[in-house]
Design a protein around this ligand. Structure first.
Ligand SMILES: [Zn+2]
Length: 476
């Protein structure tokens, strides 16, 4: 096994230039969720060129794909994302300056996400071939993590039914694997239909859809007192009428409802549906509920987390050049110290105080955060209900960098990002080889997974007829 790992790691090291090139191309494409045509094609073509069997356009998403190689059990999944964020265009400079104003940018480093995974898949395939290792590797090209939870559609279509374990990597400020869970979420739009009328001359003939939106919000804000501590409810009013002298015939709000467990979420969500119905009754308007997306809470896995940490330590964190450090120092000047401290504290990483005066994370801590929940949501969670799944992070950004910021975009497209991508690819390759060759380890991970699920069944959080909103960006 040691030889096999060495071979895979050397392959990655030897193909570093190509890995960086792909990372940079996707960074430059900076395509939004569900329309990542060039980015997904680049990764899919690369895998195909290396002998993977491609299924393109899976789960009704043209930019979703599966690239598989090998045969039989075990089946190890690798996930890669490649969607960018709107409005975050940024040059590769340590001060805010858009490449193209108003255009998308890789503020979550998904250019690295897709590249590290695909590179690991290729390296493992090369090693399996050379050493005649049995098993299957499946790279999942996962679109639209940021807006539409693309993986939930892939899970609903049964694309993860045969995997034994899934590994994923996300760039961040730390080389870490946590045992922290995430919140289950429902994203829902409430459309209210009333009747237009002259608001001055004949208000008695009007029925205000905006009143319904407002009364619903008031109802929900009273509900807040009676929800569990870790739940979250947030909303915006997307449409509230045209001008004050017309009673709004149409108004629309958009809600996110989140909670640590799916059942807890359903309970709050059903209450909110009743409030919406009540608001429609009170205002004599009509209500239409549009489900946008939903996902589960994340199931951590200590067995795989510890394995990843072991591999990270063996491989060793990246070394930085003088130039890297100069760039990092310039970026650091734009991140307030208080913000950095607050972010480190919030991570709850044991010994986080030691990192306050550090520029880049060069340590690999033990997995932490068992029993904790972060108050965001991710579609990786839905995959984690199918098989033991771990998404680890590597330091692509200096400590204190907020995700979804211009600083994250800039660093994701430069040497700091590149080094984290290569490091992550090696860690993934080594971990997958461990899982392919060590039956007991995989059995232990699966046993832990079963124990954590505690007999709970996964029911897709989206309605059966719900399709990915492929025309979302056109319609905006
Ligand atoms: Zn992300």
């Amino acid at each position: 096994m040691a030889d096999m790992k060495k071979f895979a790691l050397e392959w990655i090291e030897g193909n570093k230039e190509r890995i960086i090139e792909i990372c940079d191309k996707i960074w430059e494409y900076a395509e939004l969720g569900l329309i990542e045509y060039k980015s997904s094609k680049l990764l899919a073509d690369e895998l195909e060129r290396h002998g993977f069997k491609l299924e393109r356009g899976v789960a009704d998403m043209p930019t979703a794909f599966i690239a598989s190689w090998g045969e039989g059990k075990p089946v190890i999944g690798i996930m890669g994302e490649y969607d960018a964020l709107p409005g975050l265009s940024q040059k590769r400079v340590p001060y805010p300056e858009p490449l193209e104003p108003g255009k998308p940018g890789h503020g979550c480093g998904h250019n690295i996400h897709g590249t590290s995974g695909a590179s690991a898949a290729i390296a493992v395939k090369k090693a399996m071939e050379k050493y005649g290792l049995k098993g299957t590797i499946k790279f999942y090209g996962c679109p639209a993590e940021e807006n539409f939870s693309g993986k939930v559609f892939m899970v609903r279509d049964g694309l993860f039914n045969d995997v034994d374990a899934v590994i994923s990597h996300h760039p961040s400020t730390m080389n870490a694997v946590t045992l922290v869970s995430s919140l289950a979420v429902n994203s829902v739009k409430f459309h209210f239909y009333g009747k237009a009328s002259h608001a001055g001359a004949s208000p008695e003939h009007g029925r205000s859809a905006l009143d319904a939106v407002e009364l619903m919000n008031i109802g929900v804000n009273y509900l807040r007192e009676h929800i569990i501590q870790d739940a979250r409810i947030h909303y915006i009013i997307e449409k509230g009428g045209d001008q004050p002298n017309i009673v709004p015939a149409y108004a629309r709000s958009w809600y996110y409802v989140r909670a640590p467990e799916r059942e807890e979420l359903e309970e709050i969500y059903n209450w909110i549906l009743d409030i919406a119905k009540g608001a429609a009754m009170m205002t004599r308007t009509k209500l239409e509920v549009e489900f946008v997306e939903g996902c589960y809470n994340l199931i951590p896995n200590r067995t795989i987390a510890e394995l990843i940490v072991k591999n990270m330590r063996e491989i060793g964190t990246p070394k930085y050049s003088q130039e890297d450090l100069e760039f990092a120092k310039e970026i650091a000047k734009t991140i307030p110290r208080e913000m950095k401290i607050a972010q480190l504290k919030k991570s709850k990483r044991p010994g986080w105080e030691r990192l306050i005066d550090k520029l880049i994370d060069d340590e690999v801590p033990d997995p932490w955060g068992e029993g904790e929940v972060m108050h965001g949501s991710t579609d990786v969670a839905d995959v984690s209900w199918q098989a033991p799944t771990v998404e680890f992070s590597t330091a692509a950004w200096i400590l204190g960098t907020p995700a979804h910021s211009w600083q994250a975009v800039a660093q994701s497209g430069t040497s700091l990002g590149h080094k984290s991508a290569v490091f992550a690819a090696k860690v993934m390759a080594a971990t997958i080889i461990d899982l392919l060759t060590n039956e007991q380890l995989l059995a232990k991970a699966k046993e832990e997974h079963k124990r954590r699920l505690g007999g709970k069944q996964y029911k897709p959080p989206i309605p059966p007829d719900h399709k990915p909103p492929l025309d979302f960006w056109e319609k905006r």
